[in-house]
Design a binder for this molecule. Sequence first.
Ligand SMILES: *Cc1c(COP(=O)(O)O)cnc(C)c1O
Length: 243
Amino acid sequence: MMEELLSNTQTSFEDIKESYTQVCDNIKKVLSATGRSDKVQLMAVTKTVDPERINYAIDLGIDLLGENRVQEFLDKRDSYKKAEVHFIGGLQTNKVKYIIDKVSMIHSVDNARLAQEISRRAGQHGLVMDILVEVNIGEEQTKGGISPESVRGFCAEVLELPNIRLRGLMTIPPPGCSEKIFAMMQELFQNIKAEPPQNSNEKNMLFDTLSMGMSGDYEVAVKYGATIIRIGSGLFGYRKYNK
Ligand SMILES: *Cc1c(COP(=O)(O)O)cnc(C)c1O
């Protein structure tokens, strides 16, 4: 597959700044319209973005980056400023070892083997890794993620692992789906938060994160309780390849 690493290079710094201001304004509007008083964290999704533009985004005040390709992340990370990074992409079990000590959260945990490997590798580094369980809320056949009815059981399974702390849920709703899907996700999140699995305790669970919303749907996501929105093209411009 041909991949162009630096495909957002036409986007000017001015464009990034303008988009950032716009996204922040839109978030504020939705927060006040829905009466939410808590905060939403804006994550800059930096796949295919060159270090110069990443550094510019950091200078604008963005303090959280999302990377979703292991190799690209490893190649790039030393050339941008220190910032908090979450891993948000599909993660193969055999790649966990490369990122385990370089990210502060993994958003895309959707199978037991992956969770076990994260816990094992975290233990080797003396770490406890924060994770989100990825939910296939649209129940799309082709997508990763745990089906909504299995989420509670899977969370309980993850909570058995010694070096993992369950922080919440993540989802990628089907493009153009109805608001009902976002509402379902919010309900699922709130249900588990209100009634945590019995094997949870203050060490293995801090259920405060709902990672939902991308460039095309972040306003709806904020309306339905997202605490992290993941914005790529809406900040940096379009990618030549999409994932
Ligand atoms: C690429 C990506 C995003 C950002 O998508 P945009 O539509 O460009 O904002 C968010 N989340 C995940 C998991 C991604 O892979």
